[in-house]
Write a protein that binds this ligand. Structure first.
Ligand code: AMP
Length: 115
């Protein structure tokens, strides 16, 4: 059996997480080191390493991650000012946790392009 990822441990309640959304396939938690006034991680329960290993079987799940992000952005009052949904992939993409997640960032103007 492969080792549980950090996010699976949070989903399973072995490590604390500040949950803002949860259903049977997707959870969302507040990032422990926020890079913006609002910084949420939207995470599939299925421990896909990243979008690079997703298949057609994951198509609906990938779409739902974005829909949950947009819904949370609305609920958290980010819609008027705008926000960013980001998926970091691999070392050059800045991914540090090998369990797919979408960052929802908002609450201040965000630089583009990122550094
Ligand atoms: P990434 O660098 O794209 O893989 O994003 C991983 C994110 O997980 C970073 O923004 C971290 O701050 C965040 N993170 C790491 N550990 C925790 C934790 N225990 N609870 C919530 N967020 C975490």
């Amino acid at each position: 059996m492969t080792a549980k990822t950090l996010f699976t441990k949070i989903i399973d309640g072995e490590i604390p997480g500040d949950f803002v959304y949860r259903d049977d396939r997707i959870v969302a938690i507040r990032d422990i080191a926020p890079k913006a006034p609002t910084h949420i991680l939207i995470i599939p329960v299925k421990p896909l390493v990243g979008v690079d290993v997703a298949t057609a079987e994951d198509q609906a799940l990938l779409g739902d991650l974005l829909l949950v992000g947009a819904r949370l952005a609305r609920e958290l009052g980010l819609e008027a000012g705008g926000y960013r949904l980001v998926i970091n992939t691999g070392a050059d993409g800045g991914q540090s946790v090998p369990h797919l997640h979408v960052h929802l960032l908002g609450g201040r103007p965000l630089a583009w392009p990122p550094g």
